[in-house]
Design a protein around this ligand. Structure first.
Ligand SMILES: Cc1ncc(C[n+]2csc(CCOP(=O)(O)OP(=O)(O)O)c2C)c(N)n1
Length: 697
């Protein structure tokens, strides 16, 4: 067992040096086998050794012992993972294209995940440097929510750890996370291992003076710890202090440890850019040498040390054999788990972490029939009423974004909800879309239902990396993790346009993997689609069109508290045999007006949701009318109309009597002046002209 180390901070903590030794031996042996055998024989492609970082990681790993602790790591975090209850066979299988592992061959072996059932979890890693920080914030905020708002004592004392190298401290995600952690006093450790290089780039490019801890010394609410990650007693003491600080509710910690990188950035990297002297010095700093010296003098005999090495060699050899004998990957499963899936009884196949089932809430049965009796309300009120009811029904739901609190959002949609549901459930955030969306990842994986708001469509851009990673998480972890959430985004033109507040660009999310997208044209559909999103098990973009929020045409009676519009079901607004018009969002009202003006019998289809979109409704209508016009607000090139048109061509080409036409904005940003906007956005006149052109073809 452990021996007391000299600590300037506390004598309470006794690291289990024997276990640390065994795990470091194991980690080094996996590295050795990978570098000497698996990479050269092309059984694996990507290898990132953590040699030099590993001893410090084992010291930290030994202290992550709370059931609800979680780490977000990066490709050099595998030693930390070895502290959790993962199977060694899985660790090895993950890299060599065999079934099992953490992703069934879908992701790089070092890009791991681990859904700890009774111990810590490793949230799914991302290949993007810096993407690990804001999801860890979400986990930390979820710990607070579970323990303080929901009163679940099991979360008390849990922490999140975000692990990165010094170069990752230059990223947007890092700064966003630091702001949130320190303004909210969250239980999180920023655990930074500084090896002085980001691939070949020296750390003087990352922060002046090359020490992020020194530069953050005056940051309020951030406890800074800085030391030598090869000095065992110092590392153990600093790590203990970091963990104790975060666990005791005192707020966020940044722990920076300097370590050598004893190999290239990856197995292919020759390190030709490092001076030979520097490499020699790194070898001398190898913390394993120091560990050997220390444990042999105080804890293990030389024979026991050797036995630990043999044990690691045998374990890795055995696991490698077992991993190699696993079945090969099944290409038939390649497209499984892009979205949530249901079993034969209609129940969701639960992800191990994240999702509706984890939330475990029971809802009244949904109705697809509106029981609308009341007055016509605008879309703002309809969305607000739906959010209000769902917040009441689901204690795990949280609503947040810039200005959504006391002001009720810049579009007034969330007005009054903070008063009703409290500051823990409806709250303002810092101005960081990366932070708004990134934290939603950790919250969702912790079993909550985040409903973040993005103020204007264009301002989702800073969150692009998180959005794209969220969509792929279920697939890349083979359904081990999912991150369902409902991202409310206001966008599209209003009375005037402009390049910043008036973009639609919904197609970007349709090209992204794993997102559902709804774009309602009216208040009734907004209620039904939003409720379907909030009770579904996938990430959803819910597009609130600015010009429809208070449009008279879009006002409808509230259709009831359990009214749902299933995704992928279009609505036929008018029936006709002359031409099919396919449209959505703000264009529906204009198309309806144009249909009337044209005097033609128009089969007008409002798609309502674009992922999935109702192909059957479109194809069967076109089969009947033989003519089709697609109208959208988004730009023409690679707009969603191109997808619909291509589908019609390939599925029902022989039924057509005229070419399929698209009408949209030209390829320009939205213009500000109303006179220019009128020309840019498809008008009733332009739509009418197109109807007549196509019907007279
Ligand atoms: C967003 C992003 N940009 C670039 C890369 C390519 N890249 C991978 S690792 C790396 C250097 C990271 O260095 P650091 O964070 O210090 O960690 P270390 O590898 O030194 O442990 C770069 C540039 C990436 N993966 N993600």
């Amino acid at each position: 067992m452990g021996a007391a180390i000299k600590s300037t901070i506390s004598n309470e903590y006794l690291p289990n040096w024997q276990k640390i030794t065994e795990l470091v031996h194991l980690s080094r042996e996996i590295d050795r086998v990978e570098v000497e055998d698996l990479v050269p024989s092309r059984q694996m492609f990507y290898q990132f050794s953590a040699g030099g970082h590993d001893v410090a990681q084992m010291i930290l790993g030994g202290q992550l012992n709370h059931k609800h602790d979680a780490i977000t790591g990066y490709y050099r975090s595998r030693p930390l993972l070895l502290n959790f209850d993962v199977k060694l066979d899985d660790v090895i299988a993950a890299s060599i294209f065999k079934n099992g592992g953490y992703s069934d061959g879908r992701d790089i072996g070092h890009v791991f995940n681990h859904a700890g059932e009774n111990g810590p979890s490793a949230l799914p890693m991302c290949g993007g440097v810096g993407a690990q920080f804001t999801p860890a914030i979400g986990w930390a905020q979820a710990i607070e929510y579970h323990s303080k708002t929901l009163g679940n004592k099991a979360y008390q004392g849990a922490i999140a750890v975000a692990h990165g190298g010094e170069a990752s401290c230059s990223t947007n995600g890092f700064w966003s996370a630091i702001t949130i952690a320190t303004t909210l006093n969250l239980p999180i450790i920023f655990y930074i291992e500084d090896n002085g290089y980001g691939i070949s780039t020296t750390s003087d490019f990352q922060t002046p003076g090359q020490n992020i801890a020194a530069n953050l010394a005056s940051f309020k609410n951030l406890h800074i710890l800085d030391g030598d990650g090869t000095n065992l007693s110092e590392t153990a003491a600093l790590t203990y202090e970091a963990v104790s600080h975060a666990r005791s509710g005192k707020g966020a910690v940044l722990l920076r440890l300097t370590v050598p990188r004893l190999s290239g950035h990856s197995a292919q990297d020759t390190q030709a850019y490092k001076p030979a002297e520097f490499i020699e010095n790194e070898k001398k700093r190898d913390p394993l040498l120091k560990l050997e010296q220390f444990v042999k003098s105080e804890i293990m005999s030389p024979e026991e040390w050797q036995q630990s090495q043999f044990k690691a060699t045998n374990m890795v050899a055995k696991s490698l054999k077992s991993a190699q004998s696993r079945s090969d990957l099944n290409p038939d499963l390649l497209t499984k788990f892009v979205f949530s899936e249901t079993d034969e009884t209609g129940q969701y196949i639960a992800a191990k972490k994240g999702g509706l089932l984890a939330a475990g809430d029971k809802f009244l049965p949904a109705r697809t029939e509106s029981d609308s009796q009341g007055p016509r309300i605008n879309m703002i009120k309809a969305i607000r009423q739906t959010l209000d009811f769902e917040l009441k029904s689901n204690p795990k739901m949280m609503l947040f974004g810039e200005d959504v609190g006391a002001k009720g959002g810049v579009h007034a949609v969330t007005a009054g909800l903070q008063e009703t549901h409290g500051h823990n459930r409806v709250f303002n955030t810092s101005l960081s879309e990366e932070g708004i969306i990134g934290r939603s990842v950790g919250m969702s994986m912790a079993g909550l239902l985040p409903v973040p708001e993005i103020q204007f469509r264009k301002y989702a851009d800073p969150a692009c990396e998180q959005l794209s990673d969220i969509g792929t998480v279920r697939w890349r972890t083979g359904n081990r993790f999912a991150a369902p959430m409902v991202v409310r985004i206001a966008g599209g033109f209003f009375k005037c346009g402009d390049p910043w507040h008036s973009q639609a660009n919904e197609v970007q999310f349709l090209h992204a993997i794993g997102w559902r997208l709804a774009m309602p044209s009216n208040a009734e559909d907004a209620v039904g689609l939003l409720r379907a999103a909030l009770r579904g098990d996938d990430p959803v973009i819910f597009f609130e069109h600015r010009s429809m929020l208070d449009h008279a045409w879009a006002r409808r009676p509230y259709p009831g508290d359990n009214f749902i519009v299933p995704f992928g079901k279009a609505k036929t607004i008018t029936k006709g045999d002359d031409i099919t018009i396919v449209t959505w969002g703000a264009m529906v009202e204009r198309c309806e007006a144009a249909a009337k003006v044209s005097g033609k019998q128009v089969d007008l289809i409002d798609l309502r949701s674009l992922s999935p979109w109702d192909k059957d409704a479109v194809l069967s209508s076109v089969k009947n009318t033989a003519r089709c016009l697609i109208v959208h607000e988004d730009n023409i090139t690679a707009g969603f109309g191109a997808e619909i048109s291509a589908t019609i061509m390939s599925e029902v080409f022989m039924d057509l009597d005229a070419p399929v036409k698209r009408l949209s904005m030209p390829d320009i940003p939205s213009p500000h002046a109303p006179s220019l906007l009128d020309v840019a956005v498809p008008s009733v006149q332009k739509i009418t002209d197109k109807i007549l052109e196509i019907t007279s073809f």
